[in-house]
Design a protein. Structure first.
Length: 130
């Protein structure tokens, strides 16, 4: 069983994938991921922030992907449809925030990388398939 802080980190693993999508993580993207963690309830003093820091540096371990899907399935099963939609929407918004952290945008004048947009689409598709 995951602790509350571990569950938050696991939930936010896709944000790390967005930050790493173009091959490098700059300080703005790193800050956006860590700010999202605090928004989701992970305090600054939590030792689980080390997970996110390590993932930002070296990538999300392969086993985390399947654990993430399992956790999302469990959340969707336990929550009301309204609550699930709020979590889905919030997670996607955080992913956009990470992608836009370096001053990008996702509209017609997009400076968000193609790779970041692909990761966000992949996240959306995964959430929709759950």
């Amino acid at each position: 069983m995951l602790s509350h802080h571990e569950a938050i980190c696991l939930t936010l693993a896709p944000l790390v994938e967005v930050a790493r999508a173009d091959g490098e993580v700059d300080q703005s993207e790193r800050r956006a991921v860590l700010d999202s963690a605090r928004t989701w309830g992970l305090p600054r003093w939590s030792r689980k922030l080390d997970w996110l820091e390590a993932w930002l540096e070296w990538g999300v371990p392969e086993d985390v992907h399947s654990r993430w899907r399992d956790q999302m399935r469990d959340l969707k099963r336990r929550l009301s449809a309204e609550r699930w939609i709020r979590i889905r929407t919030s997670l996607l918004q955080c992913a956009f925030d990470v992608a836009e952290a370096t001053g990008g945008s996702v509209g017609p004048t997009a400076t968000v990388s193609v790779e970041e947009r692909r990761q966000i689409a992949r996240l959306r598709d995964c959430l929709d398939a759950i």
